[in-house]
Design a protein around this ligand. Structure first.
Ligand code: NAD
Length: 351
């Protein structure tokens, strides 16, 4: 076994159908008195229900979370939080809402309670992201790691099937890259393997019956584990490509992860034997990259980057950006290699 360092991230997790009802108790346990409830405009009704449930503990609702946290949106939310006298934030929603909570906490240092409703995994990471003048900046700061996370699978019952699938693949992508991360460990690999197994098992069941609570629970459990692996390790080529495709070409986050993952894994597989063995165990497939592509297609996910809006003339920009700064990856990142990978993903070629 290789030497390793494992840094546990301090937080409490409450998991279970109906566990949202524990939120007021959780707010009190953390010693908070007035928490601002955050959501997207789309999930405002849910945020209002949560605020009502909190009663005097609520400092109100701010339902203006947006994808990629534009700096203006972060500034507005900071003002609202200040004038409401909030001493903490409850982020009810996906990665965009948790991201807004992080943007406020980055400045104020006040704690976040996350109530995730997708599988993006931001609630498990000390990573913040904000967009200014079209450029997304990210960083790590322990201040933005949620203090407490309430995973209530009932809240994912409304997640449309298409988003469930792509959000699930977004989570699997964290696990795949954690398995060959330079700062991985046997503990993180356990989580990555189990998270992947849970999601590949649950997603087809959810597509068959989106109201099935057992499968929804299994998927959210998998997403938690995968999110934890993202928070604990440094991501490689796949995340670099998706960051570029999202940031520069405005491609949708979870869909882009879903299309790129099999090709990025295919690029790296032969150079990451332990990761490959773990993914074989988790998926039961000899070729996990081909398996993930077939599974995503069977479950109705987009099949190519072209479908998401990328064009032939964009390929060289992606190649240049992906090869510009050196970063850790099991296989050397070459212009020729990335050109091949992106061209295959652009056309949705079989693996
Ligand atoms: P999202 O948060 O943008 O949600 C997409 C839409 O789905 C929103 O309108 C939202 O209100 C709605 N929605 C969410 N849950 C729902 C539910 N259960 N039922 C019905 N509608 C629901 O999407 P996302 O994929 O969760 O997050 C993507 C963002 O998160 C990106 O900006 C990405 O960069 C960021 N992210 C950050 C980290 C991190 O560690 N910092 C990790 C993962 C993702």
């Amino acid at each position: 076994m290789k030497d390793f360092r494992y840094q546990a991230l301090p937080m409490r997790v409450t998991f279970g159908a109906g566990s949202l009802k524990t939120l007021p108790e959780e707010v009190r346990t953390l010693g908070l008195q007035r928490v601002l409830v955050l959501s997207t405009p789309f999930q405002e009704d849910l945020a209002r229900e949560v605020s009502e449930q909190l009663g005097d503990l609520s400092a109100g609702v701010h339902a203006e979370a947006e994808m990629h946290v534009p700096i203006e949106s972060a500034r507005r939310a900071r003002e609202v939080a200040k004038s409401a006298g909030a001493d903490g934030y409850v982020a009810v929603g996906g990665g965009s809402t948790t991201g807004l909570g992080k943007a406020i906490a980055l400045e104020s240092g006040a704690p976040i309670i996350a109530v995730p409703t997708t599988y993006a995994g931001s609630e498990m990471t000390p990573i913040w992201g904000m967009t200014e003048k079209g450029e997304k900046k990210t960083g790590r700061d322990p201040k933005v790691l949620p203090t407490s996370v309430i995973y209530d699978p009932d809240l994912t019952l409304t997640l449309p099937v298409g988003m469930t699938v792509t959000s699930g693949f977004n989570a699997i992508a964290h696990a795949v890259e954690a398995l060959y991360a330079p700062d991985g460990s046997p503990i993180i690999s356990l989580m990555a393997e189990e998270g992947t197994r849970s999601l590949v098992n649950a997603l087809p069941l959810i597509v068959k019956d989106p109201t099935g609570t057992d499968a929804r629970s299994e998927a959210l459990y998998g997403a938690w584990l995968c999110g934890a692996t993202l928070g604990a390790t440094t991501m490689s080529l796949h995340h670099k490509l998706c960051h570029t495709l999202g940031g520069t070409f405005n491609l949708p986050h979870a869909e882009t992860h879903t299309v790129v993952l099999p090709y990025a894994l295919d690029y790296n597989s032969a150079h990451a034997p332990e990761a490959l063995a773990a993914l074989r165990r988790a998926t039961g497939a000899e070729n996990p990259a081909a398996y993930l592509r077939e599974l995503s297609l069977e479950l109705g996910a987009p099949s190519s980057l072209r479908e998401l809006g990328l064009t032939d003339s964009d390929v060289e920009t992606v190649v240049n950006m992906a090869t510009r700064n050196p970063y850790s990856n099991p296989r050397e990142v070459t212009a020729e290699g990335i050109r091949g990978l992106i061209t295959k993903a652009l056309n949705g070629e079989p693996l």
